[in-house]
Write a protein of this length. Sequence first.
Length: 174
Amino acid sequence: MKNCKAGLLLIVVLLTPLCLILLILDTGWANSTNEHESAEHKALESSPDHETLETKVPSDKLDEVRGLKNIVSLNEKSLSEAREIFTGKGTCYTCHGEKGKGDGENAESMSPRPRDFTYTPWQKVRTDGEIFWVITKGTENGMPPFEDMLSNEEKWGLVNYIREFGKSGKLANK
């Protein structure tokens, strides 16, 4: 009987930590992937720019979207073509303004205001893939989707053009 109790105690002592480890791994306590627990999100939460800097991509798509790579080379020709889309058929300028500051003719009537592409902190925290996704899918707060209106090449060209606004106000000052 003593050997049986000792064996049972040994099993409980060995299995309890194993069960706890499995529980922690299964629920994600040890390796939280919840977007609200990430270092980036914690930094944004404490930032006065929280709403401005937070990604518009759903958390379940974020890893995939951040891994997207721009297929359009950055050069004068592609920037010129993207500018034509930004100020033409893409109608981007009507909300974001011709200089990308979020001050287009429709901006006053929008809440929240359109993105200011010249804002350096936003440029630093967003990946090309996230910008591409927002152009493609739109947002819940006013940005329409351009999934069917623009080709992937045109959208990637716009990503390059938007990036230029953030380079010391390069396009914003033209």
